[in-house]
Design a protein around this ligand. Structure first.
Ligand code: GLN
Length: 237
């Protein structure tokens, strides 16, 4: 079995080392004998979404998001078709905001991909915190760190989790991130997947199921990750 992971615009959308999430996906595949190919796309590269099983959009500053948003217009149709065909996407922070219709900043509107029904408005102060969220889809809480000026509103969409500690999408409605088809959007950045193997395996499983019809992931020894997770949950909740 093999999956191909596309990393979109790593030179611009790689705030706080989102690239580590790719390494995590690759390692957790390799440890199970699943081949994982990584393809990085720069702004000028054409993207054939039919060749991809997981797409990662990382975080970026407002300035970098503005640069990327021009390019996104040219891939919107293909990207949307990939999402509607249950393609797996993990989008973090600035990348998460770009999944939506727009991000309104003090310096103007950053147009998004409209892949999911959400929008973002800049607010003050920045929402900076450790964060713990919960969703019964996952065997344990998802832990991480958030740092965003944008407030995101997802309407009736399903969030990735409910906030137990921290701010989440907008600091008001208790929702964090979004789950739409096989798209996961979240403000948790930096080492989201190394800290949360349950989320990493969720993405790998969805990608394998889409490609091969079914997938049973062999369990891995996550005792250290789970111990760290428990420590964070006990510290903040
Ligand atoms: N520029 C966006 C914001 O501040 C996203 C930042 C990020 O990716 N950390 O809301």
């Amino acid at each position: 079995m093999k999956i191909t992971i596309g990393h979109l615009y790593p030179d611009l959308l790689n705030l706080y080392g989102d690239r580590g999430n790719i390494q995590c996906m690759r390692k957790r595949c390799e440890w199970r004998g699943i081949e994982a190919e990584i393809r990085e796309f720069q702004l000028t590269d054409p993207i054939d979404f039919a060749e991809l099983d997981i797409v990662l959009l990382g975080g970026g500053s407002d300035r970098e998001q503005m640069l990327v948003c021009e390019k996104l217009k040219t891939i919107q149709k293909d990207f949307k078709a990939y999402v509607e065909d249950n393609g797996v996407v993990i989008a973090v922070c600035g990348g998460y905001q770009l999944l939506g219709h727009y991000y309104d900043t003090d310096d103007g509107r950053i147009e998004g991909l409209s892949l999911v029904d959400l929008y973002t408005e800049q607010g003050s102060p920045r929402l900076i915190s450790n964060i713990v969220i919960e969703n019964e889809l996952f065997s344990c809480p998802i832990v991480g760190f958030e740092n965003h000026g944008g407030r995101t509103y997802i309407g009736d969409n399903q969030p990735l989790g409910r906030v137990k500690f921290g701010f989440g999408n907008n600091g008001k409605d208790g929702a964090e991130g979004i789950l739409y088809k096989n798209v996961v959007g979240t403000y948790l950045h930096g080492p989201l997947l190394p800290k949360n193997p349950q989320v990493c395996d969720y993405l790998i499983k969805k990608a394998l199921e889409r490609k091969y019809g079914s997938a049973d992931l062999a369990p891995l020894d996550d005792s250290q990750e789970l111990e760290a997770n428990r420590y964070i949950v006990e510290r903040f909740c």
